[in-house]
Design a protein. Structure first.
Ligand code: ATP
Length: 215
């Protein structure tokens, strides 16, 4: 089973890292591939450059045997569309191998705004991670898709290459990249929210308005 977990990771933090590990255990896989998006179509301009976001991920997962970086969206010029990434991966993995994309309920709730979203269930399974305060809107396409394709069983993801939706509810850390960027801009510490190497990289590079580099 090939598992990808996409996001802006601006910056990556312990909430992301912990989630990826929880998912690897829940699905019994030895790898989770982090796929940072290049130009996030729904998010606008990022605080750090793509190269900086990649570097922070590299530092955060250095020495980790489960989490790996897949930088294909950054290398691909232009906007990052999940359907395109999944199509590329499907071509590499062949038609039979299960492919899984991991997404939080906050991102999944506007699933029908994603380009070519109808093609996605034909390409991959979707693991939706429930985030507190981010329920799927009743009657939304995301809720409909979930109802039609839902499974409770991880083994269903192993016997088919794509098409099922599994909801997981692991304990999550209440950390957001927005909160980290705010703290940096206010000159406050980000320690323990993200690995120390990432804190240092942010400070040294003056990312997100970090003070030490400006003074
Ligand atoms: P921002 O605050 O900039 O919106 P974010 O911290 O939510 O960023 P993203 O890169 O947008 O991070 O998220 C990528 C994926 O990680 C999404 O599917 C999101 O639901 C999930 N995610 C983000 N933060 C956490 C967390 N603390 N625990 C679990 N999942 C998270």
């Amino acid at each position: 089973m090939h598992v990808i977990y996409g996001g802006t990771f601006d910056p990556i933090h312990h909430g992301h890292l912990r989630l990826a590990l929880e998912v690897s255990e829940a699905l019994s896989v030895s790898r989770v591939h982090l796929v940072p998006s290049h130009i996030p179509p729904h998010k606008g301009v990022t605080g750090a450059s793509s190269e900086q976001r990649l570097e922070m991920i590299r530092q955060a997962i250095a020495g980790d045997s489960v989490l790996t970086l897949d930088d294909r969206e950054v290398r691909r010029a232009g906007a990052s569309y999940t359907a395109e990434t999944l199509r590329q991966l499907r071509a590499e993995l062949g038609p039979e191998r299960p492919l899984v994309m991991v997404v939080g309920t906050d991102a999944f709730s506007s699933f029908d705004l994603w380009r070519e979203w109808q093609a996605i269930p034909g390409l991959a399974h979707i693991v939706v991670v429930r985030r507190p305060g981010a329920d799927l809107p009743v009657g939304s396409e995301a809720a409909r898709l979930m109802a039609a394709r839902r499974t409770e069983s991880v083994s269903d993801l192993q016997v088919q290459p794509s098409g099922r939706v599994l909801e997981l509810e692991p304990p999550l850390l209440d950390i957001s990249a927005t909160g980290i960027r705010q703290r940096v801009a206010e000159g406050r510490s980000t320690r323990y929210l993200t690995p120390d190497t990432v804190c240092q990289y942010i400070e040294a590079g003056g990312l997100y308005g970090a003070r030490s580099a400006r003074e």
